[in-house]
Design a protein around this ligand. Sequence first.
Ligand code: SAM
Length: 223
Amino acid sequence: MHRMHNHPKTKSGPETTGVTTHWTPQHDIFVRLIGMGVNGPNSRMIIEMAKIKPGDKVLDVGCGTGDLTLTAKKYAGASGSAYGIDASPAGVDIAREKAKRSGSEVVFEVGLIEKIAYPDAIFDVVISRLVIHHLPDDLKCQGFKEIYRVLKPGGLFFLVDFKSPTNPVLARVASALVRHRMMMQSNVQGIPPMLTETGFVDVASGPTRSAFLAFVSARKPDD
Ligand SMILES: C[S@@+](CC[C@H](N)C(=O)[O-])C[C@H]1O[C@@H](n2cnc3c(N)ncnc32)[C@H](O)[C@@H]1O
């Protein structure tokens, strides 16, 4: 398995101009309640939309406490592998603890999307849930270049992020829940042109089963 050693695992985490989450184990109770826990309905929906299959090597960028990564590993099976990186050392500690408790061989590392410390062209799929809105546009572009670099030719990038619900009541709920500046600026429609500019092909976006989330997917061209 590949290991990253570029970023010191200090509790303050590597420096980024994005927004790092300071995770606590209490977050996970909420996360499970809204279906985003390990193998929760939202996590399974995303992994199934990304068509992760046995044997795939998957990277989850901005993995937080690892629920989506651990779900990906279940779909990738014993012949596949899953890796999660996050800027938050506290999140990575919790993710590692979960992997240990469940006996899952997922590798969790402190690391930045804009500086992924893995070799070129090693992943079949890169996934990301609710992370891209944390990044200012220049960092998004750097991150997309890095994701492109680590994907194998033909590999898939699949992300979900906030969208404004079309239902006005849900829209009000969303704006009450969503507080921080970059979340307010979540702009999923702005992502496809950036991916095309990076070199991705088959760029697509659309709704998911969740009223609050849209997906964007893109493929690295075959050699
Ligand atoms: C809302 S959380 C989502 C966590 C996880 N993807 C999930 O769905 O459970 C956003 C995560 O992005 C991470 N993050 C923000 N900027 C980052 C960066 N530049 N590189 C890596 N992770 C980052 C935060 O630390 C946080 O854990």
